[in-house]
Design a protein around this ligand. Structure first.
Ligand code: HH2
Length: 257
């Protein structure tokens, strides 16, 4: 899954794809490089961010979605109105970092459209989530949360076979908890749905490499995180640098046989 943030303030590519033409070109390039789908988002969820209105999110993403019609697109939003418009323009997957806890209308929009849905774990909310993440056992608590959200989504009419689950790397977790979630990914794959992991460029990667104040991580570290997640059962990798991830994962898949 290639990442196309149409935002001024995303943690690693803020402002890069703010012009619709730049975002459309980047998405097309990612698909050419081997991405199965591109994830278009108009709101940063980086630690500390406050969120934007539906009108502003639509203003950012609609021209990009229009330019990508006919291609495989995911919409990274927690807002029903943004999801509805994106699905009308051909998006196939709704990537909701709130796991249907943000907008009470979103489940209906997904159910009625028959779209795919990604449910992600987050402790707290972006503005404050990194202040003091607390768990007794991060892997089993994240898994229990995802299982509960899966049941919730299915009860609201979303087909189980259309749902994937995501431990939410960096969303209310310490550096060590992010790595533990990849190490113990089997606890999440045991739920029985495809698992998405998004470790690309995240600050925990830069932090274990020696910079305690890192805001991003390098490509080399992103690739290692992607391969190790793949080896532990992740089936969707969300990444900014698609060509390099496709190449690394091709090697890992060949080794795995
Ligand atoms: N990470 C980010 C945003 N959306 N969605 C899922 N399912 N999983 C993730 O790990 C995930 C996500 C944050 O990364 P990015 O989009 O690059 O940054 P920002 O939120 O600052 O726009």
């Amino acid at each position: 899954m290639g990442v196309v943030n149409v935002t001024p303030d995303s943690f690693s590519d803020g402002g890069v794809h703010l012009e619709p033409s730049a975002a459309i070109a980047a998405a097309g390039r990612m698909l050419d490089e081997g991405a199965a789908i591109v994830d278009v988002g108009g709101e940063s969820t980086r630690p500390g961010s406050a969120g934007v209105s539906a009108a502003e999110e639509l203003r950012r993403v609609l021209p990009v979605l229009e330019g990508l019609q006919g291609l495989r697109v995911s919409i990274d939003t927690a807002k029903a109105e943004v999801a509805r418009r994106a699905l009308e323009l051909g998006a196939e997957l709704v990537n909701d970092v709130t796991a249907l806890r943000g907008d009470p209308q979103l489940a209906d929009v997904v159910a009625e459209s028959g779209a795919y849905l990604c449910l992600m774990h987050m402790q707290g909310e972006p503005r404050t989530m990194q202040r003091s993440p607390t768990y007794d056992d991060v892997a089993s608590e994240v898994a229990a949360f995802l299982e509960e959200r899966l049941r919730f989504a299915v009860a609201l009419g979303i087909a189980e076979e259309r749902i994937c689950l995501d431990p939410g790397i960096g969303f209310g977790k310490t550096v060590q908890q992010n790595f533990e979630l990849v190490r113990r990914l089997d606890v999440i794959t045991a739920i029985g749905r495809p698992v998405l992991v998004g470790f690309s460029r995240k600050s925990s990667l830069g932090r274990i490499l020696g910079d305690p104040a890192a805001r991003t991580g390098p490509l080399s570290a992103s690739l290692a995180a992607a391969v190790t997640a793949y080896e532990r059962g992740a089936t969707i990798i969300r990444a900014h640098d698609v060509r390099e991830h496709v190449e690394a994962l091709k090697v890992a898949a060949t080794v795995a046989g």
